[in-house]
Design a protein around this ligand. Sequence first.
Ligand SMILES: O=C(O)c1ccccc1NCC(=O)[C@H](O)[C@H](O)COP(=O)(O)O
Length: 222
Amino acid sequence: MELDIKICGLKSEEAVAAALEGGASHVGFIFFDRSPRHVTVETARRLRRAAVGRALAVAVTVDADDETLSRIVGEMQPDMLQLHGQESPERAAALRARFALPVMKALAVREKKDLEAVAAYRGVCDRLLLDAKPPPGAVLPGGNGIPFDWRLLAFLDDDVDYMLSGGLNAANIAAALRACRPRGIDVSSGVERAPGDKDPQMIRAFFHAVRGVAGARPEETA
Ligand SMILES: O=C(O)c1ccccc1NCC(=O)[C@H](O)[C@H](O)COP(=O)(O)O
């Protein structure tokens, strides 16, 4: 099975191009105005065009209301919704039905008990994004550049479809992929030179590092 790779928080054509050239399966656009990665619907709509037929465009929202989501879906036309707030399983299911789009629910992980939430979203969402729990007082629910203990994921059933996220970068991705077996990985801060400023060279280095794990997981990185 091939490893999916999502580059998240894209704001420029240059960064989108680097992600697509590297072979990203997903490109993420953040709709959260306190984030340095926030984009307007118009910008996301323009940037996502390059991904058509090459990668899935993901709209990342945080407890967005129906009106906001309708506008994002109608204008940007994402391929997937990522719910990065406190959306309940019922809310996730309702949005999935209403917009007829696959839904990826982000869950915040710091300790083993945080994985109890997985059961409630399985079968409701198409995929989970297991991200690091933000530190106390953090403004952002995601994009904080902190990893969690990947060994916790050994407690999950093998058939849980998740993307690993949180503090990944070119230096640690090999260790992460040896510690657990995600079907996808997601990176944001780890390919930035400053908050919100993606560096094409760092994006290329990330893909290079992922492919360097080929010896360990040949069937997933070939
Ligand atoms: O990245 C943000 O600024 C952000 C803001 C609000 C909600 C979600 C956000 N990011 C979602 C992502 O999928 C990030 O890629 C994920 O949290 C990992 O980020 P990082 O630890 O910086 O690689």
